[in-house]
Design a protein around this ligand. Structure first.
Ligand code: SF4
Length: 87
């Protein structure tokens, strides 16, 4: 099987869904270690997102980010006015 290289300039509309999800997961797993928060903090953030009313299809409806990517980054925050990650 020939695997088409992921086009970073393509819109979601032109991507195969499996290919898009796979490339997103690869992007998350390859994200630089020096820019990641610690595993404990990441898990805590994800647990908060999982019970949040703004989570929809893996995305935060307030900021439009994929929460598994947003929560991974050191210098980021929950966009809710109360910052649910730090309540
Ligand atoms: S509002 Fe905060 S807790 Fe809720 S999904 Fe977005 S990032 Fe996660």
């Amino acid at each position: 099987m020939t695997v088409k290289p992921f086009c970073r300039k393509c819109l979601i509309d032109s991507l195969d869904e499996d290919e898009f999800i796979r490339s997103l997961k690869n992007y998350i797993s390859d994200y630089p270690k020096d820019k990641r928060c610690c595993e404990l903090e990441y898990k805590k953030r994800i647990e908060v997102c999982k019970s949040c009313e703004h989570l929809s299809m893996g995305m935060c409806s307030l900021c439009g980010c994929y929460v598994e990517l947003r929560a991974l980054k050191i210098n980021t925050f929950c966009p809710d006015i109360t910052d649910k990650w730090n309540e």
